[in-house]
Write a protein that binds this ligand. Structure first.
Ligand SMILES: *Cc1c(COP(=O)(O)O)cnc(C)c1O
Length: 377
């Protein structure tokens, strides 16, 4: 590992081969007529956008997608030359930068498109946009045929390329449902309205890619599952191939002590030893994204589950050990050790949230190190 010898032992190791395998398996599933757009927003769901993007492209992804203008520019600055689609709303002045850097941006309303069209004659190169249709997500995009056509015409009149059209599903990770069906049919109608079919029609996120393969169009936008995480419990039980987790969060015991009956641990003294107990200290806390709600979560030490006891501090937390251990003992917080595994799904359940939130919450303070296939997380 690239980790410095004098640094804190807390690291997130990302296996880029797992990313590649998840992309390849998805591409095999969707077939040769449907591309994979690798979604690397939020710093690659906490895994590191540029490195994940490179791995996804090596595995055959056709395009990258991000959420914010800065994320798109960062990928260009990292030297990535692939197509980049900005899924979020762009401030009108960003359109000029997008044209310069060949970043595809999302057109989400006629007023926005007309404002960009007015500035377009000054762009160094024709801008490319994807039209966004709101079919039920209630987020970005147009909701009527009239607005869609107004947006399309404003773009074409200004020599802006309408390279794609897309929508986003609200309920694809749940059992087949009315909202999903309404969205899919509404989107098909919207595509039919355009005088010319754009190069890329796309709708599916990870969940829809697996649950509704008939709806794949020209590309799927693969986010969470590229990282080896299922979008929901419902989808996890129905995956067409096993996802390979890419991230392992690990550290080491930095301190070990013996407590006697009644001795307390951490702020508030909420944990009290029942008798003689061994307790170890881990150099990771809520400033790293191990949130206070994770007190009581198990970590893996020596292939066994050990519980986090007492309140989680900003930079540290304590775990109950089965017996005396030496500082330096490896600890896995997310990933596999021996026959045991702790997944982001397990953390999410404890926190009452989704695994997406778990991985994007891992803070910048944790160094990311990259492996090429040695990981088995
Ligand atoms: C984040 C996002 C995706 C990826 O969704 P996953 O559930 O992570 O696969 C796709 N499309 C849009 C518009 C998004 O915002």
């Amino acid at each position: 590992m690239e980790q410095m010898e004098w640094g804190r032992p807390t690291v997130a190791a990302i296996d880029l081969e797992a990313i590649r395998e998840n992309v390849r398996n998805t591409a095999r599933l969707t077939g040769p007529d449907t591309g994979v757009i690798a979604v690397v927003k939020a710093d690659g769901y906490g895994h590191g956008a540029a490195r994940v993007a490179e791995a996804a492209l090596e595995a055959g992804a056709m395009m990258l997608a991000v959420a914010t203008p800065d994320e798109a520019v960062e990928l260009r600055e990292a030297g990535l030359e692939a197509d980049i689609l900005l899924l979020g709303a762009s401030p009108v002045p960003f359109a000029r930068i997008a044209a310069e850097q060949d970043i595809i941006i999302t057109a989400d309303s006629p007023a926005w498109m007309e404002a960009v069209a007015a500035a377009a004659p000054d762009f160094v190169r024709p801008l490319r946009v994807h039209l966004k249709v709101d079919t039920g997500m209630g987020r970005l995009g147009v909701r009527s045929a009239e607005d869609l056509l107004r947006m399309y015409r404003a773009a074409r009149a200004a020599n802006i390329s309408v390279d794609g059209i897309f929508t986003h599903f609200a309920t694809a990770d749940e059992p087949d449902n009315e909202v999903w069906r309404m969205q899919a049919s509404g989107f098909r109608e919207a595509v039919e309205l355009l005088p010319e079919r754009p190069r890329l029609v796309h709708a599916s996120n990870s969940a829809a890619t697996f649950m509704h393969p008939e709806c794949k169009f020209d590309a799927v936008r693969l986010g969470i599952s590229m990282y080896g995480i299922a979008p929901s419990d419902f989808v996890r039980e129905r995956l067409p191939f096993p996802l390979r987790p890419a991230l392992m969060l690990s550290t080491e015991l930095v301190h070990v002590k013996r407590l006697g009956r009644g001795d307390t641990v951490s702020y508030g003294a909420t944990y009290r030893a029942q008798g003689d107990e061994w307790v170890g200290t881990l150099p990771i806390g809520y400033a790293d994204g191990l949130l206070r709600g994770q007190s009581g979560q198990d970590v893996l030490i020596g292939g066994r589950r050990c519980r986090i006891v007492g309140r989680i501090c900003m930079d540290q937390c304590m775990v109950r050990l089965p017996h005396e251990m030496a500082p330096g003992e490896p600890v896995v917080l997310l990933g596999k050790q021996g026959n045991e595994r702790v997944s982001p799904d397990e953390w999410a359940e404890r926190l009452g949230t989704i695994p997406y939130e778990v991985v994007v919450t891992l803070s910048k303070r944790i160094p990311r190190v990259y492996l090429q296939g040695r990981g088995e997380y």
